[in-house]
Design a protein around this ligand. Sequence first.
Ligand SMILES: Cc1cc2nc3c(=O)[nH]c(=O)nc-3n(C[C@H](O)[C@H](O)[C@H](O)COP(=O)(O)OP(=O)(O)OC[C@H]3O[C@@H](n4cnc5c(N)ncnc54)[C@H](O)[C@@H]3O)c2cc1C
Length: 305
Amino acid sequence: MLDYEKLIDFVHRNLILTKIYKNEDMKNHTTFKTGGPADLMIKPGNISELQAVMKYIIKERTPYIVLGHGSNILVSDKGIREVVLKVEDNLNNIQVIGEKIVAEAGALLTDVSFQAQKHGLSGFEFACGIPGTIGGAVVMNAGAYGGEMKGVLEEVQVLTRDGEIRTRKVNELKLGYRTSIIQNNGDIVLKAALSLKKGDKNEIKKLMDELTIRREQNQPLEYPSAGSIFKRPEGYFTGKLIQDAKLSGYQIGGAQISTKHAGFIINKNNATTTDILNIIKHVQEEVKKIFNVDLETEVRFIGEK
Ligand SMILES: Cc1cc2nc3c(=O)[nH]c(=O)nc-3n(C[C@H](O)[C@H](O)[C@H](O)COP(=O)(O)OP(=O)(O)OC[C@H]3O[C@@H](n4cnc5c(N)ncnc54)[C@H](O)[C@@H]3O)c2cc1C
C-alpha cells in the first residue's frame, strides 16, 4: 500500500476547499452501488486546487484515477489502491454565453441540458437523461437518441498528466463510438465548451420530456446499473442478441440481466462487482457461441485486479 500521509498533509496544509476521504466506500460513488473501498479519495475544491494536487501527484509519481459521477464504472470488490480524484460537485459551474455553454467537468448533464432549455438553446436534449458529468461524457463521447457529445462539443480545457492546462479542439479528441483519446492519455477534463443553436424553449422542453418518458418506459431505472453494459456491435442490437440468447433474467448472486432491457445488468439485491463481471463473461461466451458476435464492454473496470 502506498504511503498517502504526505499527500494528506500537503492537502491539509495548502488547500482550503479540497476534501480528503480515507478508506472511502466506492458503493456510494458508483451508480451500480458495488465495489470495495478506495484507500484515498480527493475531491478538489476548484480547478486551481486540482492543479495543485496534480502537481504534487506528478512530483511524487503517485498513481491516480479520475472519477466523475461513476455511472459508467465498475469498481473492483477489492477496492482501489490509486488516489481517486473525484471531479464532481465543486467543479460544476455552468456559463451560458450566447449560443455557447461552457460547463465545468463536474457539472451534471441533466443540469446542463436544463440550462440549455432555459436559455432557448437546442442540440443538447439528447443528454438530459444521461446520469453523468460533462467530464465523463467527453471521455466516453456519451450519446443517445441520435445525438452525441461529438456533435455539440467545440473544445475542452484539460489538465495534462504533466500538470499543464491546455485547450484541445474537438477534432484532437478523436471522439468515436463511446471512445476518445482521453481514455488513454491521462488528461483530466476541466471544462467543455458546447456549441448549440437558438431554438424554441417549449419545443426543447417537449423533446426532453419525450426522451425522458422513452427512458422510463424502456430502461430499468428503478435499479442501480451503469446503463448499457456492452457497446453495440455493428449491425446488431445488443439487447436483442442477449434476449435471443435466452439470457433475459439470468442471475448470478444479486446481479441480473434486466428483464425490461437485456442490454442492462442491474444490481437487484446487494450484488457484488464479481457477480456483475461473471454475468458479463457468461453473456460474452453465450453470444459468441450462438451468434459468433463479440461483445465489448462499454462500462470501464477500475481498481485492484
Ligand atoms: C441508467 C443509465 C443510463 C445511461 N444512459 C446512457 C446513454 O444513453 N448514453 C451514454 O452514452 N451513456 C449512458 N450511460 C452511461 C454513463 O452515464 C455515461 O457514460 C456518462 O457520460 C459517464 O459519466 P460519469 O461522470 O458518470 O463518468 P464516470 O463513470 O465517473 O467515468 C467514466 C470514464 O470517464 C473518466 N472520467 C470521468 N470524469 C473525467 C474527467 N473530468 N477527466 C478525465 N476523465 C474523466 C473516468 O476515469 C472513466 O474512465 C448511462 C448510465 C446509466 C446508469
